[in-house]
Design a protein around this ligand. Structure first.
Ligand code: B9F
Length: 127
């Protein structure tokens, strides 16, 4: 079957967009994340992302990446997920994320948020 390719422009159900540059031979990649939502007082800025993926026979690789919101916030989000491609060549990224908000002291039960996001391709490869 067709292989799912991470490189390209993606959008999730919140309207957030991310651009993933070419995946290197060792599976590492980088890109830019533009969140559509934020609770920060400072305006939203694009954030850099860095991750890595497997290369599997079925072409439906698992991956992970980190988004550093340093341009407008002290928090960090990590995403992990899997790239799926269906019979029609339509790709989705099924992900879960953890968002760590900067806490003043350790053991803060409230400092980590969790959620899911599904991304679909806007443009890039396999369009
Ligand atoms: O709003 C977040 C934030 C961090 C510290 C102050 C504001 C930054 C943007 C996070 C965007 C998340 C969602 N967007 C998306 O596409 S990353 C996972 C979701 N998927 C207030 C305090 C801690 C969080 C909010 Fe904040």
């Amino acid at each position: 079957g067709q292989k799912c390719i991470l490189t390209g422009l993606w959008r999730n159900e919140l309207g957030s967009k991310m651009q993933i540059q070419e995946v290197k031979g060792d599976g590492t990649f980088s890109g830019e994340y533009k969140t559509a939502v934020s609770l920060a007082r400072r305006p939203i800025q694009p954030a850099s992302l860095n991750g890595s993926q497997h290369f599997d026979e079925a072409g439906q690789p698992t991956f992970g990446f980190t988004v550093n919101w340093k341009s407008f916030s002290d928090s960090t989000t990590v995403f992990t997920g899997q790239c799926f491609v269906d019979e029609n060549g339509k790709e989705i990224l099924e992900t879960m994320w953890l968002l760590r908000e900067k806490a003043k002291a350790p053991n803060g039960w409230e400092a980590t948020r969790v959620g899911t996001n599904v991304f679909t391709r806007i443009k890039g490869q396999n369009v």
